[in-house]
Design a binder for this molecule. Sequence first.
Ligand SMILES: [Zn+2]
Length: 332
Amino acid sequence: MTSYKELGLVNTREMFKKAVAGGYAIPAFNFNTMEQMQAIVQAAVETKSPVIMQVSKGARAYANGTILRYMAQGAVEYAKELGCPNPQIALHLDHGDSFEICKECIDNGFSSVMFDGSALPYEENIAITKKVVEYAHAHDVTVEAELGVLAGVEDEVSSAVSHYTRPEEVEDFSKRSGCDSLAISIGTSHGAYKFTPEQCTRDPKTGKLVPPPLAFDILHEIEKRIPGFPIVLHGSSSVPQDEVDTINQFGGKLPDAVGIPEEQLREASKSAVCKINIDSDSRLAMTAAIRKYLAENPGHFDPRQYLKPARENMKKMYIHKIVDVLGSNGKL
Ligand SMILES: [Zn+2]
């Protein structure tokens, strides 16, 4: 048993309280590699932002859960080395799909876990979330739950259709499950292809897809029913078109990749939305930089040569999200 406190990590309770009161959101960045971890920490330290580093099932399969846990511990020490004496870094399990995996992560130093029972019947979702909450709270670990289904494909979650969270359920669900935060479905979506062309309109000037707007009416209705309760948005990458263009320009093929417009995420950050999950944008930033570098330097083969600009590009993207979209800069 390793407590996250021994590793210098923090849970999300204080972060969320301040974020809801202050009208900003905490960035939750997924990580799988050392370069992502370094870029996240550099961005958080430079902007003086709290940050959630999250680990999906796919990340555990790729990098190994134990390695990722030590990387998070390394992230805390790295932040200190970069001149941040008290970094606010949470290590979060993204989309835990059983009590057992949540428990395993809590026992191994995670400070926050998600139990995603959104595909289960309502009562079953409450029952397992409650069981996770009881175990987690005994170790001062915070728990995110989910109501409503997001469309899209991520490492471990895939759904062809979405259904919006029903505002009439959120009060009962949050009270009875005891969760600390709630992921809701209001039109965000997992992956780099969040919407089909049929769901979008097309900008006549650029020919790019314009996605349907988020359901702010549902968000406001939820806020009214559970005032001040921390709300989480998954699937909130913006799929920056300059990165998509770079990828396509240098041999990639990502036609019609489309995300959530950043203005809408900025708007959501001002509400009770206090955690915004971003994964695909980091993948795009990394891939765009690597494709460009290798195309321009065909004779290079040292991974450090192309991973360095990849790391720089991810860092730039993380800083942009923190400062221009979520507003969590200067909140340490
Ligand atoms: Zn998700």
